[in-house]
Design a binder for this molecule. Sequence first.
Ligand SMILES: C[S@@+](CC[C@H](N)C(=O)[O-])C[C@H]1O[C@@H](n2cnc3c(N)ncnc32)[C@H](O)[C@@H]1O
Length: 360
Amino acid sequence: MTTEALTVIDLFAGAGGLAQGFKQAKLGYQTVFAVEIDPAAARTFKQNFGCPVYDGPIEKVSDEDYPKADVIIGGPPCQGFSPLGRDRDDASRAVLNELWQQYLRAVRLVRPKAFVIENVPEFQKSAQFARLLQLMETDEDLKDYKFGYGVLNAADYGVPQNRRRGIFVAVRDVEEVPWPPEPTHGPNSSGNTPYVSLRSTIADLPDYPERTEITVDESGRQDLHIRRTPTQKSLERYRAIPPGGNRFDLRRNRPDLEPRCWAEKATGTTDVMGRLWWDRPSVTIRTEFYKPEKGRYLHPVHDRPITHREAARIQSFPDDFVFVGSKIEVARQIGNAVPPLLGQKLAQFVYDLAFASECP
Ligand SMILES: C[S@@+](CC[C@H](N)C(=O)[O-])C[C@H]1O[C@@H](n2cnc3c(N)ncnc32)[C@H](O)[C@@H]1O
């Protein structure tokens, strides 16, 4: 391992799930600058990484603000990528192009040894991605980079969650970027190591938390294991869902409690009002994981949705990571994050390709 820090810039940094992965890889990575428009997420980032954070739109970061760095990580936000070949809305395309240009502006200015882009899987089928691939071959500043990309499932890298993300890794002045990073869990791992289950991730937490607000507990740790205060009707709905069940069990067991909009939708949306399974990885945690009507977010056996702590654990955040903001803001940061453990595996992958041979 190198003794000098490997400096990292995080763009569209959120709370810093990806940056946390680079940090906990213990390979010498140190985040030196981040950009994040959401004030609560920017404060979370600052609290955990202690580096300068530009808490505004990336478009407003001036060229001089970008420090030197060995690695750039991050990904322009997910919404609105236009599928290849389909007619596109010019206004939204312009905005996205603008954010893309911003990421590439940073790459051109900083010329990092490596950069990592994370995004929704659909991005890799978009017109914007096709354009990126074209630029990687033709652009004077980008053609020194070799790259690999594909859709990775976080569960294959030890995260207790099925979460598929489009990942793109570019490294300058190497012969190739072999793809994908080798899975450590699941059927494609070399030892056929089982996926990490939800049970091993959250079963030690109290069945029904007492507090309703985020506090700091006696040990100085942030208490994110907080409950909601459901109506009697919601509670009865939760009780009607057996292990592994979903909204269709409500129809069978308590049709009187089924909302009309669900009754009218005969098929599909099978995760709605669903219970997670103890012995599988979780489904993808999104920003409103505390609302069972939005997905499979009911606890495997208790009559409540998962808590913020449970969601953070499913995302593989360590318990000592501190989130700043209201309950809704913290949930958004958790749901938007790259699981730190996936980030850690990417950090190792980049290190092996870009930096390991520099060591004595
Ligand atoms: C998918 S999240 C990033 C997650 C992060 N990589 C992590 O692992 O925690 C994308 C972030 O981009 C931020 N963002 C969106 N538009 C932005 C802009 N114009 N400038 C800076 N940040 C922006 C959003 O607020 C959001 O937090």
